[in-house]
Design a protein around this ligand. Sequence first.
Ligand code: XCC
Ligand code: SF4
Length: 671
Amino acid sequence: MAKKMRSQEERTADPAAQEMLIRADELGVSTAFSRADELSPCNIGSAGMCCKICGMGPCRITKEGQTGVCGATIDTIQARNLIRAISAGAAAHSDHGRDMAMTLKAVANGEAEGYIIRDVAKLRTTAAYYDIPIEGRSPSEIANDLADLYLAQFGQQKGVVAPVIRAPEKRQKLWKETGVLPRGIDREIVECLHRTHIGDDQDPEHILQHAVRTAVGDGWGGSLIATDISDILFGTPAPILGQANLGVLKENMVNVVVHGHEPTLSQMIVAASQDPEIIQYAKEAGAEGINLSGICCTANEILMRQGIPAAGNFLHQELAILTGAVEAMIVDVQCIMQALVELASNFHTQVITTSPKVKIKGAKHIEFDEHRALSIAKEILKTAIDNYPNRGSTQIPKDKEDLIPGFSHEYINYMLGGSYRASFRPLNDAIISGRIRGVAAVVGCNNARSKQDYLHTYVTEELLKQDILVVETGCGAIASAKLGLLLGEAGLDKVGPGLREICETVGIPPVMHMGSCVDNSRILTVLSQMVEEGGLGDDIDKIPAVGLAPEWMSEKALSIGTYCMASGAYVIFGGSSPIGGMPDRVDDSDIVSKYISESWEKLYGGKMEFIADPDEMVRKTIEHIDKKRAELGLSEYDAKRWGKSGDTRMLELEKLPISTRKEAIYGVAAD
Ligand code: XCC
Ligand code: SF4
């Protein structure tokens, strides 16, 4: 059967991406978009029905009642596949957290060239959670103790991973009762691998219970640690002006793109790129200077702290190289396509790997070491500059949008109440009054099998119309940024009347960019503080909130979804389900899908579902939010009550003939 090649418009919603895909066709090079068209996914594997964990397999289960050679049922196989994916995701996030803790330790000991403790206030607040003495001690002394405590969480064998104490008390009790309090971050991940070795845990529900424990160790452990330490070392984000999309690349400058996840190296590259010696070196090579930009979550890390522009999200990594204008793409860990090297061989672009954990054949490897960070960053930049004279023909799309990222938990707290009355009260009140109907976190990846950015931005825009405040992280946030939704006033004509009032009053964009994927931990701590603030129930599962990952593809997304579920959220994944099972299987016998939805909801108040249709995602989000509002005894959401005050409304009224203005102001219909 001939393969169906999608048109550029079917492949991506982003005009800059469409332009680059046309260029790829003209140059005859492949991209993830074209490879996705050429390579159909295996329909047995993609639905979780293939087991290859022992040498008697792979066993592909396609008929009801069939089992693997060892007798494993489809449910056991699906559960094992799912927990293995969740544990890989948790491992990736948590290992990132571990590296941050190592860096903090080196900084505290004065052994990390170029780094300082930038946010002493956050260091003190964080240390205080764990009763680390802070009064009369230097930042280095406190940081040393905090680094030791955080490092110990990874190899801890007994007890409870320390940052869990930052969850609402009721939630912690629930986790204790259900046996999912993580003992040590690494221990739970290792146990996932042990339990799924042939001949171990074969009760799907029992397997998945351990998935919850592992994921809690990610969200309330490894990821939270990563976020805390990034803030301590590089500053807690606050709103800052940035830009996103390929148009941020510059014709007359050395374009260096950092891609991956860890801020340790990219922050140092930012510092090195501002060094007069390096700028001079670039000028000597004939460029006007160095233009730094980011892809994926490394982009988010430096965007929300220094306002360094984002060249794009996951599916933009190849497209940046296709401009022909990138001297070097510097990668560290996670979400880096192997295809970059082959693609770069058509241009002058140098792909540089830097992590001791990641090498790609054909890429230049300059290994990063936090003890010599600044020197290494300069060496990398010089390599990029040396490559500038090799540049051939270029085509840089014009598209770029402004955005305001940087909505950390701390900043939202400050923004809502100021220095003296920092609080979440106004947010809770807005939800209670119904101006804000509820909150949705739209997060996660791009997926080459769905139209890039479309699901993210469609779902986001539909929720905004319904007065649902949206927070975003990861590649989803960059998708919205490219569409201009992350700007204060700019997006407000697309927003429901109640939410618009709040945005105008507080001065926030309707979509708040909260950071990278490990920063989903910020969403957890925000939800916890909303509980603490009062009026929205005594635990996270009472809050009218939903998490969505419409274009997920990474195993990390599955771990994020699971810890958000365990924290009490309804989590919806778009795209295909890794536990889809047999298409004609009756719902009742689909143990795994039922378990992660219905049974998890009974246990944790949150649930996880895979829903392909975006309208269905929106419908179920609204339904859940309204159900939670009703359970809290809050007034039914009514759009007509809002939007009659404020500047925007006055401007609209001024457009009306005077005779009808009175009716417009006092009548029932608002819009
Ligand atoms: Fe990777 Fe974080 Fe997914 Fe983007 S969103 S594709 S994980 S970069 Ni995390
Ligand atoms: Fe097949 Fe069982 Fe081996 Fe899996 S563990 S590959 S189902 S024999």
